[in-house]
Design a binder for this molecule. Structure first.
Ligand SMILES: NC(=O)c1ccc[n+]([C@@H]2O[C@H](COP(=O)([O-])OP(=O)(O)OC[C@H]3O[C@@H](n4cnc5c(N)ncnc54)[C@H](O)[C@@H]3O)[C@@H](O)[C@H]2O)c1
Ligand SMILES: O=c1ccn([C@@H]2O[C@H](COP(=O)(O)OP(=O)(O)O[C@H]3O[C@H](CO)[C@@H](O)[C@H](O)[C@H]3O)[C@@H](O)[C@H]2O)c(=O)[nH]1
Length: 438
């Protein structure tokens, strides 16, 4: 089977590499010439654990190729995945311009029957728009070629993307023809050998499933952040509360960790896009509007604690930041809480010294040049009045606290992920603040 993946970002590159791993002939396409040239030389555009080995192995075996030329690549293909970005537009709704551009290009270049699959996260009705765009491009060149559209939303998590793709909990596929269904079943059969299901459904339901999944997970997090903030006020300990409720299987232990708000390229934009879809259909998604609101406020929780500790005077103070990525094991800083926190500190006249294990390249063009980027965690603590734990990378879990303390000018730690033990921190001589407990 021959597959073309259009859009070689976090999703496209992982999809291409994992499909090639099971022996499928894959070409990944992108409009970013530099990205494709680098990939041909084995240089990856992103940090994702395990991806480099997978790309190297399958490129060597010639099962995984890279190109900017969709016209040549599409000849003889069975399936085209659209995996381009769907960023939020000005009003929060998903911007579909890249998806439709790809559909148009496919229509202009296809020579034979194809299944065109949207893997990007797209609102209900997008596959229908893709179908119209392809049909219009075919009609413009008086071509009569059969094709099907399908929706196959992706559920991978950054940092665990390879495992999520190779061993998915489930695969969701929206189809409207038996021909597309059997092509996609054949494609995905190697990934469900461990018994996890493929759910075939109608296309609108598949499109909605993706948003509903992300919205539910984001809701769990905002709910827990709300509870954590209340615990803080009433003197309860959210860690205990989390264990207490998580052991009820109906609630579950996952995605109930409080923190400094969810970030990344998915939850923030997908919650907003779903709220917008509601509005466009005269339906107010009240819970999700609140989920978004709680999350925006939560990104300021550490800053509020900082202001309280320093009596609202942080001008001239030095803050060490550990972690910039929106979560560990990725270099992705899209919608990272670190961005909001650092902006607020700089606005208050503070100085920021930051370190992240893999996001430093990203940080260079996402952060103000005022931020001092440090090459290792201890360097960030030199002269600092406070240390902020923003992303819970494993390497921050057991630092040499004596070294940290001797480096710092003030001895206060703000832990945005509750990874340190409050009693131990106090014994070590630090003022310690975290989320949802005193
Ligand atoms: N990042 C994730 O963890 C994740 C997980 C599941 C779903 N998604 C969804 O998948 C989609 C892609 O997300 P991403 O994070 O991989 O995005 P990304 O920004 O990392 O990658 C998108 C790529 O598409 C390329 N592109 C844009 N227009 C193009 C065109 N016309 N032809 C060819 N290439 C083009 C861009 O150059 C870029 O390399 C989004 O809809 C996102 O919501 C993302
Ligand atoms: O208990 C938790 C779990 C997560 N988070 C935060 O939630 C955000 C998202 O984390 P995660 O879901 O692990 O990362 P993503 O890579 O954004 O993956 C989400 O978004 C993807 C894109 O749509 C989906 O494919 C995945 O299934 C979905 O988990 C991060 O900021 C985390 O810090 C918490 O605050 N508390």
């Amino acid at each position: 089977m021959k597959v073309v993946v259009v859009g070689t970002g976090y999703v496209g590159l992982v999809t291409g590499a994992c499909l090639s791993e099971v022996g499928i002939d894959v070409t990944c396409i992108d409009v970013n010439v530099q990205k494709i040239e680098n990939l041909k030389k084995g240089i990856l555009p992103i940090y994702e654990p395990g991806l480099d080995g997978l790309v190297e192995r399958n490129t060597k075996k010639n099962r995984l190729k890279f190109s900017t030329d969709i016209g040549q690549t599409i000849i003889g293909a069975d399936v085209v995945f659209i995996a381009v970005g769907t960023p939020p537009g000005e009003d929060g709704s998903a911007d579909l311009q890249y998806v439709i551009q790809v559909a148009d290009t496919v229509g202009k270049n296809m020579t034979d029957y194809l299944v065109v699959v949207t893997k990007s996260t797209v609102p209900v009705g997008t596959a229908a728009k893709v179908k119209s765009a392809i049909a219009a491009a075919l009609a413009a060149r008086s071509a009569s070629i059969e094709f099907d559209v399908a929706s196959n939303p992706e559920f991978l998590k950054e940092g665990a993307a390879i495992d999520d793709f190779l061993k998915p909990d489930r695969i969701v596929i929206g189809v409207e023809s038996e021909r597309a269904k059997s092509t996609l079943r054949k494609l995905y059969d190697p990934f469900v050998l461990n018994g996890h299901p493929i759910y075939f459904m109608d296309i609108p339901s598949a499109e909605m499933t993706k948003y509903a999944a992300n919205a539910m997970l984001a809701t769990k997090i905002s709910f827990m952040n709300d509870i954590a903030n209340l615990c803080d006020l009433v003197g309860a300990n959210v860690n205990e509360v989390r264990k207490g409720i998580g052991s009820d299987a109906r609630i579950g232990t996952k995605f109930i960790y409080p923190g400094i708000g969810y970030g990344g390229s998915c939850f923030p934009k997908d919650v907003k896009a779903l709220v917008k879809t509601g509005e466009q259909n005269s339906y107010k998604l009240r819970i999700l509007s609140a989920v978004d609101e709680v999350n925006n406020d939560q990104k300021m929780v550490l800053v509020n604690k900082i202001n309280k500790h320093f009596n609202s005077d942080i001008s001239g103070k030095i803050f060490a930041i550990w972690g910039l990525a929106f979560k560990p094991n990725t270099d992705d800083m899209r919608e990272a809480p670190a961005l909001v926190i650092i902006e607020a500190l700089l606005k208050g006249g503070a100085k920021v010294k930051a370190y992240d294990p893999v996001s430093m390249k990203e940080a260079k063009h996402m952060l103000s040049p005022e931020v001092e980027l440090c090459e290792e965690p201890m360097a960030a603590t030199i002269g600092a009045d406070a240390l902020l734990l923003v992303t819970e990378w494993a390497e921050f879990r057991l630092p040499d606290w004596n070294h940290v303390k001797s480096n710092m000018a003030g001895h206060v730690v703000f832990d945005g992920r509750n990874i340190y033990n409050a009693e131990e921190m106090i014994q070590r001589g630090f003022d310690y603040y975290c989320i949802g407990m005193r």
